[in-house]
Structures are given as structure tokens and as C-alpha cells.
Design a protein around this ligand. Structure first.
Ligand SMILES: *Cc1c(COP(=O)(O)O)cnc(C)c1O
Length: 349
């Protein structure tokens, strides 16, 4: 059957009624790619769910399509969000598709160039503020309380409903739950959504068990790990630069129920994993996503991911979103004379 988008495919698991518009950009249905080289290096079956192949290049599309469809069903014609980048790109795209207005509030100078370009080209009303994500979120919450405008940050419950469908796809692809699920944690919506998805789908699909869930935060932005709000979160992984996560309590529930944990990873390790993933598997994911691989390696080294087991790492966003980071972390390319002999010398060195 041809794929008609996430709402159509998973209708029975989503809060969809006859009045919900059939909005889609054919989000979801992303590949689960076996990391053949890393799996043989570590003696663990490592798979990556490549969410960077969603229509706007991140998993945010899964939740946004449901949130925007429900907003329209409820009579709204204006959505708003605070964003470190990917939420605004996704909100702007679905608002354009649905012919409604979209306003996005972003921390000035703190968002990846590709993400900003997306929000602008999709036609959103972009407001940059001198503040961080957490401060911007307080303002959009207050505005959506007072005025007829729908908040589409992950406080909006429809976001998590859409996001949980990725778990369904993983079970469908593997024929079972993986032993471990590893993913980045920012506002902790995604970790909450995955757990919800596995729980709703695993019995019906005769899975042997639920995965152990390991979440990862950047060392300079790890409120859940240290159990304190970070007023000035800092990390190269801008998508998870969050000091006061919306779904903090839910994240703790997930790790308690699954027997997992949330750990901190340094920016240095994130960048190492970012380069390793691209150079060893041909998969380019943004830095926040690559914390999944950095975390997998750490857990294998600690023996907390067992040899021969099956691990799924979530690659939340596409590497092309933030080319500046790639260029900054790679040896500079020097230009030389356009001469066959000179070029030959270099490529066979
Ligand atoms: C939003 C985002 C995250 C964090 O997800 P949360 O649900 O906020 O924990 C991680 N990576 C990327 C690329 C994102 O866009």
C-alpha cells in the first residue's frame, strides 16, 4: 500500500477523529539503518533510526503534523513556538502546508543556520530574542494563554502522540523491541514519547520485552543528570541546549521503569561521535543526534550494553542543518594550482 503519511498510517493509535484534517508531508516511515562497520567493531548489533530524513530534516515533523492538524480541527489559524531551531522549521513547514499563520521565537545567534533558513523560507514570522530557549518558552506560554494562538511546543500533548510512532516503526522493522534504546534528551519529550510508543505497541506485536532506555544530555546542559536547573546551558549541540526540561519528571519515570539512566556526555565526545558516524557509516547527523552514538560507545565500554545485544540509536536531525559545525571540526581544505601532477601527488600520498 502506498504510504500516505503518519496520521493515515497510525490513525488507530492517535487522537484522530473524522474532523481531523488529513495533513501530511509524508513524514515518518524513516529507515532503520544497520551500522555495519560499528557493529562489527564493537560486537553489538547497532542500528540507527535516521530521523534526519523527515520532510524538514528532524523528528519534530512526527509530532508537528498531529499538533497542527489538531489545532486546525479545534478552529485555530495561528500557531506559535519557542525553538532551538528544529521545532520552528517543522512548525513553519506544516503551517505553510495548512495555510495558517506561524510565529516562532528563537534565541538570537544560538540557532543553526540551516534551521533559521528553513523557518524563514517557509514563511514564518520569526522573532529573535536576546535570551535562551527556556526564557522564550515562558513568553510563548503566556501569549498562548492570553490570545487565540495555539502553542506547538512539546507541552502540547499531540506532539508526543505523533512522536511515539517512531517506536512502532522500530518494532515493525526489527520484528521485536531492541534490547536498548539510546537517544538525546533536551526537553525530554522524545524519550517520553518513545516509551509511550513501545508500551502501546509491544504486547500486540508479541515482542519479548521492552527496551532499556538510555538518555544522554550534554555535559554543559545536563539538568536531569545533576538534578538542578541550568540557567546558562552551554553545548555545541544546540538542539539539546535546554536548562529546564519540560518533561523532566516523565524522563525520570522512563528511566526508572525501563531500568535505564540519563548520563552526561562532553562536547568533545559528541564531536568525536559526529565524525565517526559520518566517516564509518556514511550517515551525517547533527551534533545533538550524535550524542546517541557517543552514549552507545560509553555504555558498551562500561559493560552496560552487553555484547551481541541489539541497540537502536536515534539520529534526531540531519547533519546538513548545521554545516558550520562540520566545517569547523574538519581540517581546512587548501586550494592549489589546477595541475594534474600536483593533484596526483596529493591524492596518492
Ligand atoms: C528537539 C531535538 C532534540 C531533543 O528532543 P527533546 O524531545 O526535546 O528531548 C534532540 N535532537 C534534535 C536534533 C532535536 O531537534
Amino acid at each position: 500500500m502506498t504510504y500516505k503519511g503518519l496520521i493515515q498510517k497510525y490513525k488507530e493509535y492517535l487522537p484522530i477523529t473524522n474532523d481531523t484534517p488529513s495533513l501530511t508531508l509524508l513524514e515518518g516511515n524513516t529507515p532503520l539503518i544497520k551500522a555495519i562497520n560499528l557493529s562489527s567493531k564493537y560486537g553489538v548489533s547497532i542500528y540507527f533510526k535516521y530521523e534526519g530524513l523527515n520532510p524538514t530534516g528532524s523528528f519534530k515533523d512526527r509530532g508537528m503534523v498531529v499538533a497542527v492538524a489538531k489545532a486546525i480541527e479545534e478552529g485555530s489559524n495561528h500557531i506559535i513556538c519557542a525553538s532551538t531551531g528544529n521545532t520552528s522549521a517543522s512548525a513553519a513547514a506544516y503551517a505553510a502546508r495548512a495555510n495558517i499563520k506561524c510565529s516562532v521565537i528563537i534565541p538570537s545567534g544560538k540557532i543553526a543556520y540551516g534551521k533559521l533558513a528553513q523557518a524563514l523560507i517557509y514563511g514564518a514570522n520569526v522573532v529573535a530574542v536576546d535570551g535562551n530557549f527556556d526564557e522564550a518558552l515562558e513568553i510563548v506560554k503566556s501569549l498562548s494563554d492570553k490570545y487565540p494562538i495555539t502553542l506547538v511546543n512539546s507541552i502540547n500533548p499531540y506532539r508526543l502522540q505523533g512522536q511515539k510512532t517512531s517506536s512502532f516503526e522500530i518494532i515493525d522493522a526489527l520484528g521485536d523491541s531492541p534490547d536498548y534504546l539510546c537517544l538525546p534528551v533536551g526537553n525530554a519529550g522524545n524519550i517520553t514519547a518513545y516509551w509511550m510508543g513501545f508500551n502501546e505497541y509491544y504486547v500486540k506485536n508479541k515482542c519479548t520485552s521492552l527496551p532499556v532506555v538510555y538518555g544522554f544530555q550534554a555535559k554543559g546542559s545536563c539538568p536531569i543528570v545533576e538534578n538542578k536547573i541550568f540557567t546558562h546551558p552551554e553545548t555545541i549541540a544546540s538542539a539539546i541546549r535546554i536548562g529546564n526540561p519540560v518533561n523532566w519528571d516523565n524522563a525520570n519515570k522512563v528511566v526508572n521503569q525501563s531500568g535505564g539512566s540519563i548520563e552526561a556526555i562532553t562536547d568533545e565526545k559528541i564531536i568525536e561521535a559526529y565524525k565517526l558516524l559520518a566517516s564509518s557509516e556514511g550517515i551525517f547527523a547533527e551534533p545533538a543526534s550524535c550524542i546517541s552514538l557517543a552514549g552507545i560507545i560509553q555504555k558498551i565500554e562500561l559493560g552496560e550494553i552487553k555484547k551481541q545485544s541489539t541497540v537502536v540509536g536515534i539520529l534526531t536531525g540531519n547533519g546538513l542543518k548545521d554545516p558550520d559545525i562540520a566545517i569547523k571540526n574538519i581540517k581546512k581544505v587548501k586550494s592549489i594550482m589546477c595541475d594534474e601532477k600536483k593533484i596526483k601527488e596529493i591524492i596518492f600520498k
